[in-house]
Write a protein that binds this ligand. Structure first.
Ligand SMILES: Nc1ncnc2c1ncn2[C@@H]1O[C@H](COP(=O)(O)OP(=O)(O)OP(=O)(O)O)[C@@H](O)[C@H]1O
Ligand SMILES: [Mg+2]
Length: 273
């Protein structure tokens, strides 16, 4: 088994309980809102979690005053445990769609419902909580902090969510080991790691809070086939084991084939392929 395919449940302060929870489907589907900790928003039980996107429209104003309509009525649904690939030409709107799903941009029209949380009507404060507690982002250019170590980068979301530093450090060490990064890599400054190692760190940082919705934008964009495949596999395994929804924007057909479904984004709309 490749090291990345071991990434399923990144652990928590109560790691023993979490591991046994992950081992039984019935326990998984009984995960309650209380498990989400101090950042709880009522997005429903994990077993109910789904993403419903309806008639999403988004346009941008160009510098010369024209409006570019990027999304023109995009709709799709995803159930808990599903990994979905979004494919489409460069400029089709894949990154724009992921930003709307994560509440980083606001749609002109349409609705996004994650579990029971209505993203498009949320206040800025509620959106910030939703992102911090329930969404994991993996960006193509990972946006890691180069002057912190790999472990410090991975710990950051936990510290922001007020997990105590010792527990955060333990969880970071464990998930980094799961993706095959040893003690040397974990304690290296991120800026000194290879591209593939950095992208593994970025995946760990996205998954360490056990997000219910994972949004990955070209997560394997500039990696070799083997490393890219391991990273993609780890995201798909995560969706299944945590009953999360994982949405991956990619140009990579092989990665898309690892997912449960592929949607093609073209002319501002999503279609099954
Ligand atoms: N903030 C913005 N202001 C103006 N135009 C924007 C903005 N964000 C995106 N766009 C435009 O929206 C279109 C879609 O961009 P987007 O980045 O979503 O495409 P993409 O499908 O992710 O492309 P790629 O495969 O190259 O990453 C592009 O024409 C882009 O120039
Ligand atoms: Mg993009």
């Amino acid at each position: 088994m490749s090291p990345m395919s071991k990434v399923q449940s990144p652990g928590s302060e109560n790691e023993e309980a979490e591991v046994s929870e992950a081992e039984t489907l019935s326990a998984q589907t009984q995960r309650s809102a209380a498990d989400f900790g101090p950042w709880t928003l009522d997005i429903g039980q994990a077993s109910d979690f789904g993403l419903r996107v309806t008639d999403l429209r988004k346009s941008f104003q160009t510098p010369n005053g024209e409006r570019v309509e990027v999304l023109r009525g995009a709709s799709f649904s995803a159930n808990a445990g599903e990994a979905i690939a979004i494919m489409g030409a460069s400029g089709a709107g894949k990154s724009t769609l992921l930003q709307l799903l994560g509440g980083l941009e606001v749609a002109d029209h349409g609705s996004i419902v994650a579990g029971e949380f209505v993203i498009d009507h949320a206040s800025r404060a509620a959106l910030a909580k939703f992102r911090n507690r329930h969404v994991g982002f993996v960006f193509q250019f990972h946006h890691l902090l180069p002057d912190l170590t790999a472990a410090e980068n991975v710990m950051l979301p936990l510290l922001i969510a007020r997990t105590n530093a010792r527990a955060a450090k333990q969880r970071a060490a464990r998930i980094l080991a799961d993706v095959g990064l040893d003690q040397r890599a974990s304690t290296s400054l991120v800026g000194h790691l290879s591209g593939g190692e950095q992208q593994r760190v970025a995946v760990c940082r996205a998954l360490i809070t056990n997000p219910t919705l994972v949004l990955a934008d070209e997560p394997t964009g500039n990696l070799d086939v083997s490393t890219g495949g391991e990273i993609a596999q780890s995201l798909v395994s995560y969706a299944r084991s945590r009953r999360a929804v994982v949405v991956i924007a990619t140009h990579n057909q092989a990665l898309a084939e690892l997912c449960d479904r592929t949607l093609s984004l073209s002319n501002g709309r999503l279609q099954p392929t």
